[in-house]
Design a protein around this ligand. Structure first.
Ligand code: NAD
Ligand code: LMR
Length: 329
């Protein structure tokens, strides 16, 4: 193996998602069986001891592709030279916290991390935000990193995308592999819009295959959009392995490309496509080639879809307004 290792940063590395994510990155699932990786793990000071335990477990796996692990609580040291950054660590909402408090607490994290990435990351860095509120956290980091091209900041809606595929496949009694061209539009929140009108099942239109607008409106969309809350209610903590799986899937495809004849949902800075105001980090159908994504153009948006997309985008605009007022962007 002669290739230089790819430096992969993960924040919140001692958390739930980290515990699933790190082992899969180190085993080669992110970048394939021929690419060595070096992990750069960021945590807050009180979690460093737990992180040391996770690193002991990484050591104990003797992963052939894992060349080195760097840990710390100083973003400007941990992000030094990183090529890929997965920003997972965030401040969860706790009892009595208002939305503004959550945006403000996370704003402090993502302004600092955006600045640190701006100063010390590799020139080719790609940044994916998983920590909630993911789209607006990504916007904050992007706004605080003026030297990094805006399109290198993405947020995670791949989990919603995978949830939508799974729900549709179950409804139609087909394997998930027969579902293509799923799209999540908008925000990673309960307003997101999973679109069946442009999706395909075995080459046929998915909405036509379902042929039940009532199920789409009253069952499919709310089930996908509120799945995170359903998992919290059932498990007592938020999705972790599926969130790690989606984080790997997004970054894998962003680096290595999307499959021919399909697309994935990625939250990316809008270029104005589909009437989404420029600059908002919103979910779109995207294809990736040679490490660069493009928003799929020319899809038909019917009136039902238009209203749903507009509602989720309005929520993103509200969040942007709130963090602007807080002086975070
Ligand atoms: P967790 O609480 O188990 O872990 C979060 C970790 O982040 C903790 O170890 C904490 O110490 C660390 N952290 C906090 N502030 C930090 C900072 N400034 N720098 C570095 N690390 C910091 O949470 P989790 O279950 O791993 O979830 C992480 C985030 O991902 C949450 O915001 C959650 O809501 C979000 N999430 C997003 C999706 C999605 O699809 N976008 C899905 C699931 C969860
Ligand atoms: C999820 O979608 O599972 C997470 O974003 C958790 C949540 O708060 O919904």
């Amino acid at each position: 193996m002669t290739q230089a290792p790819v430096k992969v940063a993960v924040t919140g590395a001692a958390g739930q998602i980290g515990y699933s994510l790190l082992f899969r990155i180190a085993s080669g699932e992110l970048l394939g069986p021929d690419t060595p990786v070096q992990l750069h793990l960021l945590e807050i000071t009180p979690a460093l001891k737990a992180l040391e335990g996770v690193v002991m477990e990484l050591d104990d796996c003797a992963f052939p592709l894992l060349s080195k692990v760097v840990i710390g609580d100083d973003a400007t040291k941990v992000f030094d030279g990183v090529n890929l950054a997965m920003l997972v660590g965030a401040r969860p909402r706790t009892a009595g916290m208002e939305r503004g408090d959550l945006l403000s607490a996370n704003g402090a994290i993502f302004t600092a991390q955006g600045k640190a990435l701006n100063d010390v990351a590799a020139d080719d860095v790609k940044i994916l935000v998983t920590g909630n509120p993911a789209n607006t956290n990504a916007l904050i980091a992007m706004s605080n990193a003026p030297d990094i091209p805006a399109e290198r900041f993405n947020a995670l809606t791949r989990l919603d995308h995978n949830r939508a595929i799974s729900q549709l496949a179950a409804r139609l009694g087909v394997p998930v592999t027969e579902i293509k061209k799923m799209t999540i539009w908008g925000n990673h929140s309960a307003t997101q819009y999973p679109d069946l009108f442009n999706a395909e099942v075995n080459g046929a239109n998915a909405a036509e295959a379902v042929n039940d607008q009532g199920w789409i409106e009253n069952d499919f969309i709310p089930t996908v959009a509120k799945r995170g809350a359903a998992i919290i209610a059932a498990r007592g903590s938020s999705s972790a392995a599926s969130a790690a799986n989606a984080t790997i899937g997004h970054m894998h495809d962003w680096v290595l490309g999307t499959p021919e004849g399909d697309w994935v949902s990625m939250s990316v800075p809008s270029d104005g496509s589909y009437g989404v105001p420029e600059g908002l980090i919103s979910s779109f159908p995207c294809v990736v080639k040679d490490g660069k994504y493009e928003i799929v153009q020319g899809l038909e948006i019917n009136d039902f879809s238009r209203a749903k997309i507009d509602a989720s985008v309005a929520e993103l605009a509200d969040e942007k307004q709130a963090v602007t007022e807080l002086g975070l962007i």
